[in-house]
Design a protein around this ligand. Structure first.
Ligand code: SAH
Length: 282
């Protein structure tokens, strides 16, 4: 445990919290029009909502879901944000992976409690948070990032939602140079040239280990898949995308939403076969 690491009581950051809202926690204000705002509760703190004041002291010690009124009479509900809500509202350096893709990547990538996971790049830390939760208090997550400014923003976001996660190691490392933390169970990549990581992945992933990469364009996905195939160390190489279409349900107006996030990225999965040589064919 490093300095600032929390004991067993600190593990709640990985599993969520219940009970009264406490100072230091992040909350989500939900206004009547469905708009959302994040705030970190502080004793004596005040949230400014379009010129109206909401004193944090009327929230601290109360239950989630309470309604409070600003000094201008605007009513909001207060909740702990879900991980997905936090990711959508938190400050970003790099573009985050959307919750619809995070959900698919974590489940199809089979991140289990106790797993050792490597991720690059850290970006804003959205995927990192999802991985930390899924790997749980007995797992390890190593996240590499080449840009200091993004790494700093990610650390702020992570600490704000989860406290100091002792299962996380952030490294200022270029994954194209290799994977220093071995062996690993799962590898997650969100960077421009994932195919450059294929030889390192073949070395670092244990037999049965999984590759999960995320890219915005078709040529990137194609090059990733071709390189994974040529390596001879991977099978079950599949690419998919996730389309999530919200619905409007109001009286007779029961129909898909007019607008949706039409494109985010292509997810490629692969499974490491047994065999010590990366070049060995199955
Ligand atoms: N998945 C992240 C966003 C990652 S954006 C999230 O959900 O928040 C891509 C990041 O990869 C950028 O921050 C970029 O600086 C970093 N990056 C690019 N090439 C890299 C490399 N070779 N090694 C490590 N990080 C890299």
């Amino acid at each position: 445990m490093g300095p600032g690491a929390r004991g067993a009581a600190g593990d709640h950051h990985l599993t969520g919290r219940a009970g009264p809202l406490e100072a230091g926690e992040v909350v989500l204000f939900l206004d009547r029009r469905g708009r959302r705002y994040l705030a970190t509760l502080a004793a004596g703190g005040v949230h400014d909502l379009r010129g109206g004041k909401i004193p944090h002291d009327v929230i601290i010690g109360r239950e989630e879901g309470i309604a409070v009124e600003s000094s201008r009479g605007e009513r909001v509900r207060v909740f702990r944000p879900t991980l997905a809500e936090f990711v959508l509202e938190m400050p970003r350096g790099a573009q985050v992976i959307y919750p619809k893709d995070l959900a698919m990547m974590v489940l199809w990538g089979d991140v289990y409690p106790g797993a050792t996971v490597v991720e690059a790049g850290t970006g804003s830390g959205a995927l990192t948070m999802a991985l930390l939760r899924a790997a749980g208090s007995t797992g390890r997550v190593f996240s590499y990032e080449i840009r200091d400014d993004f790494a700093r923003q990610a650390r702020r976001n992570l600490t704000r939602l989860m406290g100091e996660a002792e299962t996380l190691t952030l490294r200022g490392h270029d994954i194209y140079d290799g994977i220093p933390d071995v062996p690993i169970d799962r590898l997650f990549l969100d960077l421009p040239e994932p195919w450059r990581v294929v030889p390192h992945a073949a070395e670092a992933l244990r037999p049965g280990g999984m590759w999960v990469s995320y890219v915005p364009t078709v040529p990137q996905a194609a090059q990733t898949v071709e390189t994974l195939r040529a390596a001879g160390a991977f099978v079950m190489i599949d690419t998919f995308e996730t389309l999530l279409r919200p619905w409007n349900i109001e009286g007779l107006s029961v129909r898909p939403a007019h607008r949706m996030v039409a494109h985010t990225g292509l997810i490629t999965m692969a499974r490491r076969v047994a065999g010590t040589q990366a070049a060995e064919h199955s």
